[in-house]
Write a new protein. Structure first.
Length: 95
């Protein structure tokens, strides 16, 4: 199972707040990536071990980071990604 989501730093979904970051979550990994033009490298975390996202491992797992970045880019290009505000994302139940 994979979950892809755009996350905005402020405002609620549908209020015009632009998403600043996209994320791809699998049972084993979380990839967080700034959207185009916002700069900064993608961040990769081992899940569920790194519950609080304190150990970024993209430099140690470049093949996985690259594969997930490609998958995330394809999902974003398809245009079927929900946009969620950070506040809204934090209130969603965890599966």
């Amino acid at each position: 199972m994979r979950s892809v989501r755009r996350i905005s730093e402020g405002g609620a979904a549908g209020t015009g707040a632009e998403a600043t970051e996209a994320a791809l979550r699998t049972p084993a990994w979380l990839l967080r990536m700034p959207l185009a033009g916002l700069g900064g490298p993608a961040q990769l975390y081992v899940k569920p071990s790194d519950r609080y996202e304190v150990s970024e491992v993209a430099d140690r797992c470049p093949d996985i980071a690259s594969t997930l970045q490609t998958m995330l880019a394809q999902a974003l290009q398809s245009g079927q990604i929900p946009t969620t505000s950070l506040a809204e994302a934090l209130t969603e139940p965890v599966d």
